[in-house]
Design a protein around this ligand. Structure first.
Ligand SMILES: [Zn+2]
Length: 248
Protein backbone atom coordinates (compact mmCIF):
# COMPACT_ATOMS: atom_id res chain seq x y z
CA UNK A 1 0.00 0.00 0.00
CA UNK A 2 1.23 3.49 -0.82
CA UNK A 3 1.57 6.32 1.62
CA UNK A 4 -1.50 8.24 2.70
CA UNK A 5 -2.28 11.19 0.46
CA UNK A 6 -2.35 13.61 3.39
CA UNK A 7 -0.40 12.41 6.37
CA UNK A 8 -1.12 14.67 9.37
CA UNK A 9 1.94 14.25 11.55
CA UNK A 10 1.02 16.69 14.27
CA UNK A 11 -1.98 18.82 15.22
CA UNK A 12 -2.16 21.49 17.87
CA UNK A 13 -4.73 24.12 18.75
CA UNK A 14 -3.16 27.16 20.41
CA UNK A 15 -1.93 30.71 19.88
CA UNK A 16 0.80 29.99 17.27
CA UNK A 17 2.08 33.55 16.79
CA UNK A 18 4.39 32.30 13.99
CA UNK A 19 1.29 32.13 11.76
CA UNK A 20 1.09 35.93 11.70
CA UNK A 21 4.17 36.07 9.48
CA UNK A 22 2.19 34.17 6.83
CA UNK A 23 -1.12 36.01 7.09
CA UNK A 24 -1.71 39.21 9.00
CA UNK A 25 -5.48 38.59 9.17
CA UNK A 26 -5.10 36.05 11.99
CA UNK A 27 -6.69 37.47 15.14
CA UNK A 28 -4.77 37.28 18.38
CA UNK A 29 -7.85 36.31 20.39
CA UNK A 30 -8.79 33.32 18.20
CA UNK A 31 -7.11 29.93 18.66
CA UNK A 32 -5.21 28.64 15.64
CA UNK A 33 -5.07 25.01 14.57
CA UNK A 34 -1.55 24.15 13.40
CA UNK A 35 -1.17 21.00 11.31
CA UNK A 36 2.17 19.56 10.23
CA UNK A 37 1.39 17.55 7.12
CA UNK A 38 3.17 15.47 4.52
CA UNK A 39 1.50 15.43 1.11
CA UNK A 40 2.06 12.42 -1.10
CA UNK A 41 0.69 13.48 -4.46
CA UNK A 42 2.62 13.52 -7.72
CA UNK A 43 0.16 13.64 -10.63
CA UNK A 44 1.77 13.61 -14.09
CA UNK A 45 0.04 16.83 -15.09
CA UNK A 46 -0.20 18.90 -11.90
CA UNK A 47 -2.18 21.85 -13.31
CA UNK A 48 -4.81 19.56 -14.85
CA UNK A 49 -5.02 17.42 -11.72
CA UNK A 50 -5.35 20.48 -9.46
CA UNK A 51 -8.12 21.96 -11.66
CA UNK A 52 -10.01 18.67 -11.62
CA UNK A 53 -9.72 18.36 -7.84
CA UNK A 54 -10.89 21.96 -7.42
CA UNK A 55 -13.94 21.26 -9.58
CA UNK A 56 -14.93 18.32 -7.35
CA UNK A 57 -14.32 20.28 -4.16
CA UNK A 58 -16.47 23.20 -5.31
CA UNK A 59 -19.40 20.81 -5.74
CA UNK A 60 -18.95 19.78 -2.13
CA UNK A 61 -18.16 23.27 -0.74
CA UNK A 62 -19.68 25.88 -3.12
CA UNK A 63 -18.66 28.72 -0.81
CA UNK A 64 -15.00 28.09 -1.73
CA UNK A 65 -15.78 30.51 -4.56
CA UNK A 66 -16.18 33.32 -2.07
CA UNK A 67 -12.78 32.85 -0.41
CA UNK A 68 -10.21 35.58 -0.55
CA UNK A 69 -6.89 34.09 -1.55
CA UNK A 70 -3.64 35.97 -1.09
CA UNK A 71 -0.09 34.82 -1.74
CA UNK A 72 1.40 33.63 -5.02
CA UNK A 73 -1.01 34.18 -7.87
CA UNK A 74 -0.49 30.84 -9.61
CA UNK A 75 -1.63 29.09 -6.43
CA UNK A 76 -4.83 31.09 -6.00
CA UNK A 77 -7.66 28.60 -5.77
CA UNK A 78 -10.15 28.20 -8.59
CA UNK A 79 -8.12 30.31 -11.00
CA UNK A 80 -7.68 27.63 -13.70
CA UNK A 81 -10.61 28.95 -15.74
CA UNK A 82 -9.70 32.61 -15.61
CA UNK A 83 -8.28 34.73 -18.37
CA UNK A 84 -5.18 36.41 -17.06
CA UNK A 85 -3.26 35.84 -20.24
CA UNK A 86 -0.59 33.43 -21.48
CA UNK A 87 2.00 34.30 -18.84
CA UNK A 88 -0.42 33.38 -16.09
CA UNK A 89 -1.40 30.16 -17.88
CA UNK A 90 2.30 29.29 -18.20
CA UNK A 91 2.93 29.93 -14.50
CA UNK A 92 -0.02 27.65 -13.64
CA UNK A 93 1.58 24.85 -15.63
CA UNK A 94 4.57 24.76 -13.32
CA UNK A 95 2.64 24.50 -10.05
CA UNK A 96 4.02 22.15 -7.43
CA UNK A 97 1.28 19.58 -6.88
CA UNK A 98 1.96 18.96 -3.15
CA UNK A 99 1.90 22.70 -2.37
CA UNK A 100 -1.25 23.26 -4.42
CA UNK A 101 -2.96 20.38 -2.61
CA UNK A 102 -1.86 21.59 0.85
CA UNK A 103 -3.23 25.02 0.02
CA UNK A 104 -6.56 23.58 -1.20
CA UNK A 105 -6.74 21.50 1.98
CA UNK A 106 -6.30 24.71 3.99
CA UNK A 107 -9.18 26.36 2.12
CA UNK A 108 -11.47 23.35 2.55
CA UNK A 109 -10.74 23.39 6.28
CA UNK A 110 -11.52 27.12 6.45
CA UNK A 111 -14.81 26.49 4.67
CA UNK A 112 -15.69 23.53 6.90
CA UNK A 113 -14.90 25.30 10.17
CA UNK A 114 -17.00 28.29 9.08
CA UNK A 115 -19.89 25.99 8.16
CA UNK A 116 -19.80 23.86 11.31
CA UNK A 117 -19.36 26.71 13.79
CA UNK A 118 -21.13 29.56 11.92
CA UNK A 119 -18.11 31.80 12.61
CA UNK A 120 -18.42 34.46 9.86
CA UNK A 121 -14.71 34.90 9.14
CA UNK A 122 -11.99 32.24 9.33
CA UNK A 123 -8.39 32.89 8.31
CA UNK A 124 -5.75 30.40 7.26
CA UNK A 125 -2.26 30.06 5.79
CA UNK A 126 -0.01 27.40 4.32
CA UNK A 127 3.75 27.52 4.77
CA UNK A 128 6.13 25.28 2.80
CA UNK A 129 9.06 23.97 4.81
CA UNK A 130 12.55 24.60 3.45
CA UNK A 131 13.93 21.09 3.87
CA UNK A 132 11.27 19.06 2.04
CA UNK A 133 9.00 19.93 -0.88
CA UNK A 134 6.11 17.80 0.38
CA UNK A 135 5.95 18.96 4.00
CA UNK A 136 3.92 21.95 5.14
CA UNK A 137 2.68 23.77 8.18
CA UNK A 138 -0.98 24.68 7.77
CA UNK A 139 -2.67 27.18 10.07
CA UNK A 140 -6.44 27.66 10.34
CA UNK A 141 -8.41 29.56 12.96
CA UNK A 142 -10.76 27.34 14.95
CA UNK A 143 -12.78 28.40 17.99
CA UNK A 144 -12.33 25.03 19.70
CA UNK A 145 -10.96 21.50 19.50
CA UNK A 146 -14.33 19.91 18.66
CA UNK A 147 -14.65 21.88 15.43
CA UNK A 148 -10.97 21.31 14.65
CA UNK A 149 -11.23 17.53 15.05
CA UNK A 150 -14.39 17.23 12.93
CA UNK A 151 -12.84 19.39 10.23
CA UNK A 152 -9.51 17.60 9.99
CA UNK A 153 -11.26 14.22 9.90
CA UNK A 154 -13.74 15.20 7.19
CA UNK A 155 -11.33 17.15 5.00
CA UNK A 156 -8.72 14.40 5.07
CA UNK A 157 -11.26 11.72 4.13
CA UNK A 158 -12.68 13.90 1.31
CA UNK A 159 -9.29 14.48 -0.29
CA UNK A 160 -8.43 10.78 -0.04
CA UNK A 161 -11.64 9.89 -1.87
CA UNK A 162 -11.69 12.66 -4.46
CA UNK A 163 -8.08 12.29 -5.57
CA UNK A 164 -8.68 8.62 -6.33
CA UNK A 165 -11.89 9.45 -8.21
CA UNK A 166 -14.17 7.78 -5.66
CA UNK A 167 -17.59 9.36 -5.26
CA UNK A 168 -18.37 10.66 -1.78
CA UNK A 169 -22.04 9.75 -1.33
CA UNK A 170 -22.78 9.85 2.41
CA UNK A 171 -19.23 11.00 3.12
CA UNK A 172 -19.88 14.37 1.52
CA UNK A 173 -22.63 16.89 2.23
CA UNK A 174 -24.51 14.52 4.54
CA UNK A 175 -21.45 13.96 6.75
CA UNK A 176 -20.86 17.72 6.78
CA UNK A 177 -24.47 18.43 7.85
CA UNK A 178 -24.13 15.75 10.53
CA UNK A 179 -20.88 17.25 11.80
CA UNK A 180 -22.61 20.62 12.22
CA UNK A 181 -25.59 18.95 13.92
CA UNK A 182 -23.33 17.12 16.41
CA UNK A 183 -21.38 20.34 16.99
CA UNK A 184 -24.59 22.17 17.87
CA UNK A 185 -25.80 19.33 20.13
CA UNK A 186 -22.62 18.45 21.96
CA UNK A 187 -24.22 17.53 25.24
CA UNK A 188 -26.63 14.94 23.93
CA UNK A 189 -26.54 11.42 22.50
CA UNK A 190 -28.27 11.39 19.11
CA UNK A 191 -30.01 8.62 17.18
CA UNK A 192 -30.63 8.21 13.46
CA UNK A 193 -34.38 8.95 13.46
CA UNK A 194 -34.03 12.16 15.47
CA UNK A 195 -31.13 13.38 13.33
CA UNK A 196 -33.05 12.59 10.13
CA UNK A 197 -36.04 14.63 11.32
CA UNK A 198 -33.87 17.54 12.44
CA UNK A 199 -31.96 17.66 9.13
CA UNK A 200 -34.90 16.84 6.87
CA UNK A 201 -32.98 13.90 5.43
CA UNK A 202 -33.82 10.24 4.97
CA UNK A 203 -32.71 7.80 7.66
CA UNK A 204 -30.74 5.86 5.04
CA UNK A 205 -28.68 8.94 4.16
CA UNK A 206 -28.10 9.75 7.81
CA UNK A 207 -26.96 6.16 8.39
CA UNK A 208 -24.39 6.50 5.59
CA UNK A 209 -23.14 9.80 6.95
CA UNK A 210 -22.86 8.36 10.45
CA UNK A 211 -20.83 5.43 9.14
CA UNK A 212 -18.41 7.92 7.63
CA UNK A 213 -18.05 9.88 10.87
CA UNK A 214 -17.62 6.69 12.85
CA UNK A 215 -15.05 5.25 10.45
CA UNK A 216 -12.99 8.40 10.85
CA UNK A 217 -13.21 8.27 14.64
CA UNK A 218 -15.35 11.42 14.78
CA UNK A 219 -18.34 9.93 16.62
CA UNK A 220 -18.73 7.16 19.19
CA UNK A 221 -21.54 4.71 19.78
CA UNK A 222 -22.98 5.37 23.19
CA UNK A 223 -23.11 2.19 25.23
CA UNK A 224 -25.96 2.12 27.71
CA UNK A 225 -25.81 -0.60 30.36
CA UNK A 226 -29.47 -1.30 29.61
CA UNK A 227 -30.97 -0.19 26.33
CA UNK A 228 -34.28 -1.91 25.77
CA UNK A 229 -35.21 0.23 22.79
CA UNK A 230 -32.61 -1.32 20.51
CA UNK A 231 -31.93 2.16 19.16
CA UNK A 232 -28.26 3.03 18.69
CA UNK A 233 -27.11 6.39 20.03
CA UNK A 234 -24.09 8.38 18.89
CA UNK A 235 -22.09 11.19 20.42
CA UNK A 236 -18.89 13.15 19.85
CA UNK A 237 -15.73 11.92 21.56
CA UNK A 238 -14.93 13.82 24.78
CA UNK A 239 -13.44 17.30 24.37
CA UNK A 240 -10.17 16.08 25.89
CA UNK A 241 -9.66 13.50 23.10
CA UNK A 242 -6.49 13.98 21.08
CA UNK A 243 -7.03 16.05 17.94
CA UNK A 244 -5.80 13.19 15.79
CA UNK A 245 -7.45 10.33 17.66
CA UNK A 246 -9.30 9.18 14.59
CA UNK A 247 -10.05 5.76 13.24
CA UNK A 248 -7.66 6.14 10.33
ZN1 LIG B 1 -5.38 30.81 -0.48
Amino acid sequence: MGKELICVQNADLGSHPEALALNTSFRRDTPILKLCVEINWEPTEPAVAVASLEARLVKLCPSLREHECRGQEEYHILSSGDERGPRFAESRRTVEAPLALAHLYEHVMIDTIAFITAVPLVSGATGALKDARNRFDIFVESPDAVAARLTVGLATSWFGALVTGRSLNGEGRVALDLARHFYRNQSGALEVGGIARALGRESREVGEGLSCLERNGLTNRVGYTVNLSGVMYFSLPGAETDLLATGR
